[in-house]
Design a protein around this ligand. Structure first.
Ligand SMILES: [Zn+2]
Length: 327
């Protein structure tokens, strides 16, 4: 072997060693990344104690797709001396399980109630994670009827957008403790007040008020940053907003957006949005414009004040038009 050959041979060996080292680093890096992803998939949900014994998780603002993993509605729980009440369970069973893990980290007291603030999948698809002895599911008196009409449809539609893997364990659980007007639940030296609302965000909205800390879980009766979604009655929402604001809460957890916000100041943005939207719609109706134009232009001045505006405002405008047309 000449000196030249030896040099080439050495260079080849060094190059191979570099390639092998890089490959090993890449493979172990990949494994670490996969393990990290797996960890976050199983990790307890990130919750904050916003008042003594009151915990909430702030979900990212997003439409319901596979990337969210079902984490797109705020959820929480309240711990009394004897038991725990869970408020909403997230948009997949995986999120429900992670919420359960977060509760177990905080307390070993039994979960007595799971309160569904309304029927929307991003709030109830985690319910199956809590379907165990001793747990009572709680909802608006209209919930069974609404779930009967829409539950199966929600699962089928979302199977397409979220994928089979996220949907496979989802079950619609019909609440058995129904809130007609006002219901008080005792968690052991801690009373929480549930109120069933007339049609506003949906036809089955329930709020949860913790008397001890004056914290209010609004469900989707309060949206922050995420444009409000009207699936009940915009007129009902506007009409009942003063009654909602009169709940003597200090802090609120909205269905979407920042948690632990000052109450009732937090209602100002959505009140302005509904007022603008209905004013625009009444203008279009008076001029004799059709629903297509209203869907395109009503509420437009609010566009840069909200996220997901183009995803939901046309739908809100269409629903509002149909409602206001018959005023
Ligand atoms: Zn909702």
């Amino acid at each position: 072997m000449t000196r030249m050959d030896r040099t080439l041979c050495n260079q080849f060996v060094i190059a191979m060693l570099v390639i092998i080292t890089v490959a090993i680093a890449m493979i172990s890096g990949n494994v670490a990344a996969q393990e990290k992803q797996q960890d976050t998939q199983d990790a307890p949900l990130d919750v904050h104690e916003i008042a003594p014994g009151v915990y909430a998780h702030q979900a990212p603002i997003s439409i319901m797709d596979a990337r969210t993993g079902g984490d797109l509605a705020n959820v929480g729980f309240i711990v009394g001396d004897e038991a725990v009440a869970v408020i909403d369970t997230g948009g997949s069973v995986a999120i429900g399980r992670r919420l359960l893990a977060a509760i177990k980290k905080v307390t070993d007291k039994p979960i007595r109630y799971v309160i569904n603030t309304h029927e929307h999948p991003d709030h109830i698809f985690g319910d199956a994670a809590f379907d165990m002895p001793g747990v009572t599911f709680v909802g608006h008196k209209n919930m069974p009827r609404e779930l009967q009409a829409r539950g199966a449809h929600y699962i089928e539609t979302l199977r397409h957008t979220m994928g089979d893997a996220l949907l496979k364990d989802v079950r619609i659980i019909v609440p058995t403790l129904l809130v007609d007007q006002d219901t008080r639940l005792d968690l052991g030296h801690r009373m929480i007040d549930l109120h069933a609302w007339p049609p506003m965000h949906t036809n089955c909205d329930v709020t949860v008020f913790d008397e001890t800390t004056r914290t209010l879980f609004t469900g989707d009766l309060l949206f922050l940053q995420h444009v409000p979604v009207i699936d009940g009655s915009v007129l009902g929402w506007l009409k009942n907003m003063d009654a909602l604001a009169a709940i003597p809460a200090r802090l609120a957890v909205p269905g979407h957006g920042p948690i632990g916000v000052a109450w009732p100041q937090a209602l100002a943005d959505e009140k302005r949005y509904f007022t603008t939207l209905t004013k625009d719609l009444r203008g279009f109706i008076k001029k004799g414009d059709d629903i297509t134009q209203a869907a395109r232009d009503a509420g437009k001045s609010e566009a840069d004040k909200w996220r997901l505006f183009n995803d939901y405002n046309p739908r809100n405008a269409t629903a509002g038009f149909a409602e206001l047309e018959w005023e």
